[in-house]
Design a protein around this ligand. Structure first.
Ligand SMILES: Nc1ncnc2c1ncn2[C@@H]1O[C@H](COP(=O)(O)OP(=O)(O)OP(=O)(O)O)[C@@H](O)[C@H]1O
Length: 239
């Protein structure tokens, strides 16, 4: 569970990028963040992860206030997984080695067991376990990045544009993999997406951000039908 309450954050002392952000995501829920370029979606993920610490407000994960806890401690002890938009796998390492990096603070036996579980969840990785990540397709790399973040069994996963650069067919494979994480592992997923309509199809709820705060929120199905959302963020009245 993620609770963000009135968070203010920015990269320099003079400028606030997040200007009083309030939102929640429950267990086993996919929540998507939409909004125009520069409205603060990635900054919010970086602030929740702890790359950036909030100036004001509260961030709680699983009911615990972690507002001032930096990223490495949240990943190691706080049940947090984060998949950045770019550079999210090590190309020179094999699929298995990438997964081992994700589980570097687990015991060797726990790593082996978890790799077996993830190979069952994502057969595409099982088939390529000993190939270098450089040889994977864009979608396979995204699924590897997801699996690597899942190695320590996080209860919360932050995904920054998981469909970036993918064709529509591959996008569906990656989104199916995200739905599996929610349904089979009960993970709370907060994701930023440009592919608004496709993201809403797999989401439970969404927030539309504008200028560092929430402009609109609702169930994903409701937002897909909302004329204001369709015209502003979903490319008009298309379906
Ligand atoms: N490392 C940084 N240092 C300074 N300013 C930054 C940094 N990263 C982002 N910003 C600024 O913060 C604002 C919000 O950027 P952010 O990346 O959070 O937006 P976004 O909603 O994710 O946009 P997009 O959809 O284009 O990825 C922008 O004005 C951006 O220029």
């Amino acid at each position: 569970m993620i609770e963000i309450d009135n968070v203010v954050a920015g990269y320099s002392a003079e400028i606030d990028i997040l200007r009083g952000m309030t939102l929640q995501a429950q267990r086993a829920e996919i929540v998507t963040l939409l909004g125009p370029n520069g409205c603060g979606k990635s900054t919010l993920l970086k602030t929740i992860a702890g790359f950036l610490l909030p100036r004001r407000g509260r961030i709680a994960l699983q009911g615990e206030d972690v507002s001032q806890i930096p990223v490495h401690r949240k990943i190691r002890h706080g049940g947090l997984g984060f998949v950045p938009q770019t550079d999210n796998v090590f190309s020179a390492l094999s699929v298995r080695e990438n997964l081992l990096v994700g589980g570097h603070f687990l015991t060797a036996a726990a790593c082996t067991k978890r790799i077996d579980e993830l190979a069952t969840l994502y057969p595409v990785l099982a088939r390529k376990m000993d190939l270098r990540a450089a040889s994977l397709s864009g979608g396979e790399r995204q699924i590897l990045a997801l699996a690597r973040a899942l190695m320590p069994r996080p209860s919360i996963l932050l995904l920054d544009e998981p469909s970036a650069g993918l064709s529509p067919k591959v996008l569906h494979e990656v989104f199916d993999a995200i739905v599996q994480v929610r349904d089979q592992e009960g993970v709370t997923i907060l994701m930023v997406e440009q592919n608004a309509m496709e993201a809403l199809r797999i989401s439970d709820r969404a927030y539309v951000l504008a200028m560092g705060a929430v402009a609109l929120t609702g169930a994903a199905g409701e937002l897909m039908r909302d004329e204001r959302v369709r015209e502003l963020y979903l490319g008009g009245r298309t379906h």
